[in-house]
Design a protein around this ligand. Structure first.
Ligand code: NAD
Length: 433
């Protein structure tokens, strides 16, 4: 099939490459000429495991093109909209200007029978509004909403082998078009839920709200553990054995971040308030507050570890991305912690396998080092905030030799506490006492 993908960021670039890999003829469109230049050269504009390989193989097949010209999408029959929906500058609501611009740009190109497929995460009600706009254009094209559940770090696999497909459609015929797009996944038995626009839009934000709640739940338990001497990791192991609860996403630590969870729960709250149902998701404000408190908690622990004398002390911050296996620092708890410590006067040195360029672009005031040992050398305090295997696998005896201090703060409860203690470290976890 001839497909276009409008917006080639973390979602769209992977989607475009994966769809071409699956045999479709794809044109990826983005307004960012630098990104398009890189994609044209077969280079991934961000770090995503497996993306360079699919870009290379799809590129070699001749089925994948990238352009800044939306007009080049005119031949496609299915147009995926994968532009950003960030938090608005003046509040919690999603900023829909990029989605609106993408639809406005597509309108004059649409032909009878074309299907516009929204993949961006949007407030419930957006698809209906956009469908009306497309209908008013008189082209005969229609809209479907097909939320995306990929996880950064596993985006290629998640796109090629999704765990479920959700189609929000007005007309069963549109589901048949999407079945053709996703023929490989459908043939592999991927569950598929065909529903209305509102449900499809809500599925995505409900899933993110649930995951955020699960993380903040265990972080709330960490706060109680800190006040009582309990160990939240043992607690999580114990309640996680209950299949109704499950152990996944139950790791206490510095909390969630990234380009999705924080802004999605805020946008959900804002939309629910517009609908007069603010009370129904008021708990998400608590989820957000617990989450942000954990970042401050790491900073407090660092102050305590330094005996209150933070100014001029060297703090090695291990990890800056919002999670491992990504270069994404959007709303990263790790970056937030580094910035707060710097604000208190610490000489913060941040290291990360993939996130330094993005972090430096946002916070040039921090010191960065690509070499873990350099970041650790003479550090008065070591703070792990992103659980990259490079850091969870560090040899505590080696770190002890090069660092000056002897306290490690494990902001992800990801280190082997016993091994660090055995090497002479004072180990400080989150909610572990
Ligand atoms: P991103 O910022 O990485 O990418 C968005 C891209 O859209 C940018 O490259 C931008 O230049 C481009 N763009 C903006 N306006 C455009 C226009 N009019 N025409 C063409 N391109 C345009 O964002 P992302 O992380 O890829 O997220 C995109 C959407 O997908 C968001 O709604 C997000 O919530 C959702 N989502 C993201 C993920 C994820 O893991 N990143 C997962 C599921 C859903």
């Amino acid at each position: 099939m001839k497909l276009s993908v409008i917006g080639c960021g973390y979602l769209g670039a992977v989607h475009a490459a994966a769809m071409a890999e699956l045999g479709h003829e794809v044109v990826g469109v983005d307004v960012d000429p630098v990104k398009i230049e890189q994609l044209r050269a077969g280079r991934a504009p961000f770090f995503e495991p497996g993306l360079p390989e699919v870009l290379a193989s799809a590129g070699a097949s001749g089925r994948l093109r990238f352009t800044t010209e939306l007009a080049d999408a005119a031949d496609a029959v299915v147009h995926f909209v994968a532009v950003g929906t960030p938090q608005s500058r003046d509040g919690n609501a999603a900023d829909l200007r990029y989605v609106d611009a993408a639809i406005d740009g597509l309108l004059p190109l649409l032909k009878d029978g074309d299907l516009v497929v929204g993949k961006s995460t949007v407030p419930v009600g957006t698809a209906r509004r956009l469908a009306e706009r497309i209908a008013a254009g008189g082209s005969g094209a229609r809209l479907a909403w097909n939320p995306e559940f990929l996880r950064e770090g596993f985006a290629v696999k998640d796109t090629i082998e999704p765990d479920r497909l959700v189609y929000g459609v007005d007309d069963e015929r549109d589901a048949a078009v999407l079945d053709e797009v996703y023929a490989t996944a459908i043939a592999a038995g991927t569950p598929r839920i065909v529903t209305d626009f509102a449900t499809a839009e809500l599925v995505k934000v409900a899933a993110n709200a649930f995951l955020a709640t699960k993380i903040s739940f265990i972080n709330a338990m960490a706060e109680i553990a800190e006040a009582t001497g309990a160990d939240v990791t043992r607690l999580a192991d114990a309640i996680g054995h209950d299949a109704r609860i499950g152990r996944r996403f139950l790791n206490a630590g510095v909390g969630f971040g990234g380009g999705c969870l924080p802004k999605d729960i805020r946008a959900f709250t804002a939309r629910a308030e517009e609908l007069g149902r603010g009370e129904s998701v008021a708990f998400l404000k608590e989820v957000d507050a617990i989450n942000l408190r954990r970042r401050r908690r790491v900073v407090e622990l660092a102050q305590e570890a330094l005996g209150g004398a933070v100014f001029g002390r060297k703090v090695a911050v291990l990890g800056v991305t919002f999670k491992p296996h990504s270069d994404d620092v959007r709303d990263s708890p790790a970056l937030d912690v580094a910035v707060q410590l710097k604000g208190l006067g610490a000489d913060v040195v941040v290291t990360d396998p993939e996130g330094i360029d993005n972090a430096r672009a946002r916070h040039p005031q921090l010191l960065y080092s690509n070499a873990t040992d350099e970041a650790l050398r003479h550090a008065d305090l070591v703070v792990l905030v992103t659980e990259w295997p490079e850091y969870t696998g560090l040899d505590p005896a080696h770190v002890k030799e090069i660092a000056r201090g002897s306290t490690v703060i494990d902001g992800r409860n990801a280190l082997d506490a016993a091994a660090w203690k055995a090497a002479g470290w004072r180990y400080v976890g989150m909610g572990r006492n």
